[in-house]
Ligand binder design. Sequence first.
Ligand code: GDP
Ligand code: CA
Length: 316
Amino acid sequence: MSGPRIVVLAGGVGAARFLQGVLSLVAHTDVTVIGNVGDDVVFGGLHVSPDLDTVLYTLTDAIDEERGWGVRDDTSRALERSRALGFDPWFWLGDLDIGLHLARTAWLAEGSTLSDVTSRFAQAMGLRARLIPCTDDRLRTVIQTMDGEIDFQEYFVKRGHRDEVHGVRFDGAAGTSPAPGVLEALQGAAAILLAPSNPLISIAPILAVPGIREALEQRVVRCVAVSPIVAGAALRGPAADMLRSLGHDVSPLGVVDLYAGLIDAVVIDDADAQLAAAIEARGVSVVVADTIMRSAEARRNLAHAALQAAGIAERT
Ligand code: GDP
Ligand code: CA
């Protein structure tokens, strides 16, 4: 028996934890996750999709919970060997992780699409929610800094996201199309959720795929965002610094403005309750909740708040 279909636009860690909450409340097969591929990188010849993998590992209970990414108890023998040979493994990949990237890279080289590969992984690893990359085409986030344009993972991992960000560009986006099932999922959804992910580098690349933003603008169901910014800071990563350097408010208000025309409601943290009136003045309704996803219970409560704001009554 299936219930209302829920579509979640997702980045990496924040999204994956939120999705754990969603899946604790609704049937897994009713949930479609549209994932970011702007972070993808070819490292040492291997195609790595960090955000898709974080969602996959988290939802199949394989994740390294402490770090938020990678496989729990993974080893790094392959990278140690590469280092001993004189290679600089600046992008960390565990041994088990490398196995997955090998399979992905080989299947892509044989002509499979990224969404085919992702669903093969999902099937093999027991993920029952549907995980679709936003596009099967090449789309890469590029960061503009004082030193010029740099690839996303070079900015994020190699340079430790210390550069001041002057702009963000999604290379190739104009020529991409949504992966099979993406628009159908959005059009058939009973509710759409924007996970607590970085709006500028996790959600924006998804919206940059021609057709996806339009599908959100033309939605006939509620779309609810969860703010990744709490009390003027990001819980992890460079979201706050990026918002600031790009001239946005470092608050849920700044997030709401970035999502103008796309959302009907936003879930903000208790710590930001005083912003509710200003947000509602923009025509977006506000739900105030504890949005810090420390425990399974906290993830579930946050998902409950978002689903309620979306008008979805859970079945459990
Ligand atoms: P990643 O950068 O690819 O790992 O993925 P995301 O963009 O999904 O995650 C980073 C964002 O998630 C940051 O902006 C964080 O502030 C946000 N985030 C992480 N954990 C939490 C949390 O517990 N609550 C909320 N509200 N946001 C979170
Ligand atoms: Ca990411």
